[in-house]
Ligand binder design. Structure first.
Ligand code: XMP
Length: 516
């Protein structure tokens, strides 16, 4: 097996896609880590990489101050793959020429290639779709390089210098719009870098456990357990590393799904024997939220009360130094911009918040590099039951952001009833695992209806189900009409205060998954 300390290192030049590149490498069963582009070559050498990938990035190589790697990186004797901005760096730094573009080339292109003998494009069809998104382009190759693939607008869409083992692509092999991109990664990491491809999630666990132990030592860790996949897997991983030094606090904020609190306690306290502190804070949350309808205000209040309750409960645990969070990679990029600069807040997320500073805790975020499906694989490997690992994501502010308008106990109960029916029908129809996330929103409108001979004037709910791979984009799920009819009938008949059911057909973008 590959020594898991010998990674493929992705140098991050500020691309949205850097983590996706690392993930593709892991999908090829090779360990991969991401480091800032500015890492000195000496430190890179110390990491003993089997290969290096230069990510794309928003800059132009001609810009003053454009990010460049330490030039010594070319002398490490390690294969390098440059992607988009990365290949322009290779060209510019090794003596070729990169032309400024007047216009960006953006979208789908057809890559054509023949048998060039380098193996770089092995198993890739002679003509295949690729995704382009670049401004500048390579005009002249450095010595030693040849073009091995072209598109209509990019004569140097794929280039290779097999003697030095330097390779580059102008397009993005990591995105789904490049359907055969994975083959390019496989060729690079398996054939060119010589990785056997036997890295598995289990190796991630070994490495993460070792890191957590080294960081935590004999100190204590606190974890806010929400019952969601992310915090559950983070807790299980940390528990594997430091056992009873971990205490989980489960806050019932009154915004949970039906049966949620019981499920969490049953799994983590009764089955897995974690230290779990249960805080029933329903009244406190609902009092603080009374009369509030603005989505951001709701999120802020929920976040604040959560911190108050959490802080209070954790005082009883004694000295704690770390706060564990199940932050995933998509949370990280949706909450910060790639360059670390200011970005527009779409929604203030509940789990990347003010708690650590207030409680003077150091963060422990062992899932920060991972995508949701990788977290699920990790959870399975850690022995968590399928109904925990495979459940749909559920937001920290819970039903608070699905109960549009005022949050009263009665409206929340109505929403819980409708939600339980929708999820139950999805499970019965065997569709649960096909859907990324399903939810019901209670809307702040009433509608007139007729039931029996009676006029009704009741609440309206909207069903939402989406497919996605990472929640960054999503498409609405196409249910068969009779399924929707069944849910609608049940909701109108069984839920006391709902007399109208809608189905939401908005993708993300322009919509978000949650309504608020
Ligand atoms: P949106 O609504 O932004 O949601 O498209 C993307 C994904 O994030 C979840 N979500 C949250 N998760 N804390 C979380 O832990 C939050 O505050 C939060 N808000 C949204 C949402 O359910 C979806 O999976």
């Amino acid at each position: 097996m590959q020594d898991i300390r010998r990674p493929i290192v992705v140098l991050d030049f500020g691309a949205q896609y850097s983590k996706l590149i690392a993930r593709r490498v892991r999908e090829a069963n090779v360990y991969s880590v991401i480091v800032p582009y500015s890492i000195p070559a000496e430190r890179l050498r110390a990491m003993d990489p089997v290969g290096i990938i230069f990510s794309g990035g928003p800059a132009s190589v001609h810009q003053p101050g454009a990010p460049h790697p330490d030039p010594e990186v070319f002398s490490l004797g390690v294969p390098i793959l440059g992607i988009c901005y990365g290949v322009q760096l290779l060209a510019q730094m090794l003596g070729g020429r990169v032309a400024r573009a007047d216009q960006r080339e953006y979208g789908i292109a057809q890559l054509e290639h023949g048998d060039d003998g380098t193996g770089f494009l092995k198993n890739v069809d002679a003509v295949t779709q690729v995704w382009m998104s670049h401004g500048d382009r390579v005009e002249e190759l450095p010595e030693g390089f040849t073009a091995v693939g072209r598109t209509e607008n990019s004569p140097y869409a794929a280039v290779a210098d097999p003697a030095r083992r330097f390779y580059g692509v102008q397009f993005h092999p990591e995105v789904v719009h490049t359907p055969q991109g994975m083959r390019i990664f496989e060729n690079f990491v398996h054939d060119i870098c010589g990785c056997p491809g036997d890295w598995r999630m289990g190796s991630f666990i070994d490495l993460a456990v070792e890191e957590i132990r080294a960081k935590v030592g004999d100190r204590k860790v606190l974890c806010g357990l929400s019952g969601g996949v992310d915090s559950s897997v983070a807790a299980a991983l940390i528990h594997r590393a430091v056992g009873d030094q971990l205490t989980c606090v489960f806050v019932n904020n009154g915004l949970l799904r039906r049966g949620e609190a019981d499920l969490v306690l049953e799994v983590f306290r009764d089955t897995f024997h974690f230290n779990v502190v249960y805080a029933d804070a329903e009244d406190e949350f609902l009092t603080a939220l009374a009369g509030v309808t603005d989505p951001e205000c709701k999120r802020k209040i929920i976040g604040k009360v959560f911190i108050d309750v959490f802080e209070r409960e954790s005082k009883n645990i004694g000295q704690v130094d770390f706060l564990a969070q199940g932050t995933l990679y998509p949370d990280v990029i949706e909450s910060t911009s790639a360059t670390g600069g200011p970005s527009v807040t779409i929604k203030s997320h509940h789990n990347v918040g003010g708690l650590p500073a207030k409680m003077r805790l150091e963060l422990l975020e062992p899932l920060r590099e991972l995508f949701k499906d990788e977290v699920r694989a990790l959870g399975r490997e850690l022995g968590l039951p399928p109904h925990v690992v495979d459940r749909h994501p559920f937001p920290g502010p819970g039903l608070g952001v699905r109960c549009v308008g005022e949050l009263t106990r009665e409206r929340l109960d109505t929403l819980r009833d409708a939600d339980a029916i929708f999820i139950d029908e999805i499970r019965k129809a065997g569709l649960y695992d096909e859907i990324w996330q399903a939810l019901v929103c209670l809307l702040p409108v009433k509608s007139v209806g007729v039931q029996g001979d009676e006029r009704t004037y009741e609440e309206v709910c909207s069903l939402r189900a989406v497919t996605s791979t990472d929640a960054m984009t999503a498409d609405w799920y196409r249910f068969p009409p009779d399924f929707l009819q069944r849910v609608s009938n049940r909701v109108c008949n069984e839920v006391k205060h709902i007399n109208r059911v809608l189905y939401d057909i908005t993708s993300k973008p322009p919509g978000t998954i949650e309504w608020e």
